[in-house]
Structures are given as structure tokens and as C-alpha cells.
Design a binder for this molecule. Structure first.
Ligand SMILES: [Fe+2]
Ligand SMILES: [Fe+2]
Length: 402
């Protein structure tokens, strides 16, 4: 007999049923972080990168909320209760033939199914027994709905839609064949790879479209002798260039899942990642206001990081690079204040505040990660500098090309 809406909500979700649903959701939200961070390195339009950075942060927040709830429900570990066929399906999504296909697979198959899954779960909730869950899911749903509207606009720009539409439909067929996110029809002989499957690997430099080239930025000392307006343009080029830091963090997060890093690590570094996306966006916004277009990124710092183990990448960014740039923050803020340039000051203010947290959190995390390790933080920094010296044998290590 078909259940009416009233019967369904009258049933509510018991603890076992609810935890099963929340574990699935947490796994999928985590995979959306990992896979989107991987493709963040490859997606060529910087505007897409900035926006995807915002979306990745929403997934990290969702994971945090869901994990907190699972803790109260004695819900266990998210991924160990999942069907291998579902895991196998989800892991295929990253292996898209191109960036637009990845967006289609991720947003129109994975996220759309997740959205439906949340909507159905909300509908099944009892307003009293599942009040916590209902409130949480009703905060998640609009964030994903907004992302679905965004991607529709972006996909209209796909220069080669046949490839990505084919990819999307193969993934839909595959997901349907296992019975959707709940994997109600999952079998262990599910092996089919969709047409266009291309094993994902992170690139050694950030890919960009023809608008952005790998050009040097003006060294800091030179900027200080420029007239105010010219120095401002150079400074906001540096902000835009922070896409390199977002890239290092995306690669840290992409790797973090293979190294079994904790949910807290993923959350903190996703926050850091999002900050750097915003700082780069500050650059794009202000450059346009100043009549310029972003046209360059210096890839050197990102390239350096790609030869490093995860631990050294964290050390490189948070204890070598970020402290190196820190002394510039306060004078810059004051300079904009003195000039009455409130707009530039706004961005410098937020950047300064965020960076203080990055260095602090980086230090806290490295302390934790080294707690079981004979090396001190100083030794880790020395190892990181030794990698830099090996990678750049002809340069003295002032560390900063700008
Ligand atoms: Fe930054
Ligand atoms: Fe930073």
C-alpha cells in the first residue's frame, strides 16, 4: 500500500535508519571535498575556481554538523558501513574526461542525488523525534540548491557539451543500477567504467585559460617606490596570486584523505583553503575596480610544494611562507587607512585577520602531527628548506619571488 505524506512523517526516523542515512551523507560530502579539491587544480577559469572554493567550504561545514550529530547517535565511522558498489561508483566521478564533464558528474549526478536524498530524509523526519536532523538538513538543502542553479549557468559555456552529457548520462545509469545513494540494488560485480573515463591525477602546476600566464610579480621592495595607484595594482596582483596558496591547500586536502587525516584536520584546512580562494577573489574584484584584469600568476611556490610530502606542504605554507609575508600586513592596512582608501583597506583588513589564524592553526596542527614523531618543528622546517634548496639549486633562499 502506498504511504501518504502524513503516514510517512508520522513514522519518523529511528536511530539505526537515521545513522545509516547520515553516514552516507557524510561520506558523500567528504568525497565532494576531495574530488573538487583535485579538480580545483585543473579547472582553468579562475572565476569557477573561486566559486568552487566556496562550495567546498559548505561541504566541510555539512560534514562537521553531520559528524557532530553522528557522535550523539553513537553513529560510528562514516565509510566503513557503506556498500563497496557505492564507494566504487563515487570514486569514478573524479575520473571525468574534462572539467565540464567533471562539473556535470559532480553537480548533476552526485550533488543532485544527494540533494534529493536530503529532501526525502527531511520528508521522513518526525518534527519532534527528528527535530535536530530536520533543522540541520533544512540548513544544508538551500546551500546545495543554490549550487545547482549556479552550475546550470556554467554548463551553458561548455564548448564541447556532447562529451560531458555522455559522461553525465553514463554516471546516472551506473548510479541507478546500484539503486541510488542508498545502494538498494548494490552487487559486488559492479565494475563498468563509463565511456570517457580518464584516471584523475593532480597536475604539477595550476592550469589556467589564455587570460592568465605564468609571469613574475613585482618584488616587494620595488613596489614601495611606486606611486600609490601603481603600487595598488601590483598589490592586488599579489592578492589574486594567492590562488597558489589555495592550490597548495587543495592538494593538501586531496592527499589528506589518502593519509587518513582526521575530520578536524579536513575542516580546518578547508577553512584555510576557502580563505585563500577569497583572498584571490579580493585581487580579482579590486583589480577590475582599478580598471585592470587579472593576467598573471607566479607558479613557483605552488610548483615547489608539489614535490613535498603532506607534512612538509603544511609546514611550507603555514610556517615558512605565511610568516614570511606577515610583517607586510599591518603597514599595508595603515597605508590604505592613511590614504583614505576604505575599499582596499577592507580587503587588507580581512586578509590580515585570516593570515594570523592560518599561522596559528598551522603551528597547532604541526604540533599535533609531530606529537608521535622524534622531529621537532624546527627540524621539520629545516627539512622543508632542504627540499626547497634541492628544487632551486641556483637561488639563494630568500623564499619569496615577490
Ligand atoms: Fe592569503
Ligand atoms: Fe594564508
Amino acid at each position: 500500500m502506498e504511504m501518504s505524506e502524513a503516514d510517512r512523517s508520522a513514522g519518523g526516523l529511528g536511530v539505526f535508519e537515521l545513522t545509516d542515512k547520515l553516514r552516507r551523507a557524510a561520506y558523500l560530502e567528504n568525497q565532494l571535498i576531495r574530488q573538487s579539491c583535485g579538480w580545483f587544480l585543473r579547472i582553468k577559469k579562475y572565476e569557477l575556481r573561486h566559486r568552487i572554493g566556496y562550495h567546498i567550504w559548505t561541504h566541510a561545514e555539512h560534514v562537521k554538523w553531520i559528524n557532530e550529530r553522528l557522535g550523539f547517535l553513537r553513529g560510528g565511522k562514516s565509510s566503513v558501513s557503506l556498500e563497496p558498489a557505492l564507494i566504487r561508483f563515487v570514486e569514478m566521478v573524479i575520473n571525468a574526461p574534462n572539467e565540464y564533464a567533471f562539473l556535470r558528474g559532480t553537480y548533476l549526478v552526485l550533488k543532485k542525488s544527494l540533494l534529493r536524498f536530503y529532501q526525502e530524509t527531511a520528508r521522513d523526519c518526525d518534527p519532534a523525534a527528528n527535530a535536530y536532523d530536520l533543522r540541520m538538513i533544512n540548513r544544508i538543502i538551500p546551500e546545495i540548491e543554490e549550487q545547482m542553479l549556479w552550475v546550470d549557468q556554467i554548463l551553458a559555456e561548455d564548448p564541447n557539451p556532447d562529451v560531458s552529457i555522455q559522461w553525465e548520462s553514463s554516471l546516472s545509469v551506473a548510479l541507478n543500477s546500484i539503486g541510488g545513494i542508498e545502494a538498494t540494488a548494490a552487487r559486488n560485480d559492479f565494475v563498468e567504467e563509463p565511456a570517457g573515463y580518464q584516471r584523475f591525477s593532480p597536475p604539477d602546476h595550476l592550469l589556467f585559460d589564455e587570460r592568465i600566464s605564468d609571469k613574475p610579480l613585482m618584488p616587494h621592495d620595488e613596489k614601495t617606490s611606486l606611486p600609490y595607484e601603481d603600487a595598488l595594482v601590483e598589490q592586488f596582483r599579489i592578492f589574486f596570486n594567492e590562488i597558489y596558496a589555495a592550490g597548495i591547500l587543495a592538494s593538501i586536502l586531496y592527499d589528506a584523505f589518502d593519509h587518513d587525516m582526521s575530520a578536524e584536520f579536513i575542516h580546518d584546512f578547508t577553512r584555510h583553503f576557502w580563505d585563500e580562494c577569497r583572498h584571490s577573489e579580493f585581487g580579482a574584484v579590486r583589480l577590475k575596480e582599478l580598471g585592470q584584469e587579472p593576467d598573471r600568476v607566479n607558479q613557483k611556490l605552488f610548483r615547489n610544494s608539489q614535490s613535498m610530502p603532506l607534512l612538509h606542504k603544511v609546514c611550507y605554507l603555514t610556517l615558512v611562507l605565511e610568516p614570511h609575508y606577515m610583517p607586510r600586513k599591518k603597514p599595508r592596512f595603515r597605508e590604505y587607512e592613511t590614504a583614505g582608501d576604505a575599499r582596499s583597506q577592507l580587503f587588507a583588513d580581512h586578509d590580515w585577520s585570516d593570515e594570523i589564524n592560518h599561522v596559528r592553526l598551522g603551528k597547532d596542527w604541526l604540533d599535533k602531527l609531530l606529537s608521535d614523531d622524534a622531529r621537532s618543528i624546527e627540524q621539520l622546517k629545516d627539512e622543508t628548506r632542504a627540499i626547497l634548496a634541492r628544487l632551486n639549486p641556483d637561488e639563494n633562499l630568500t623564499l619569496s619571488p615577490f
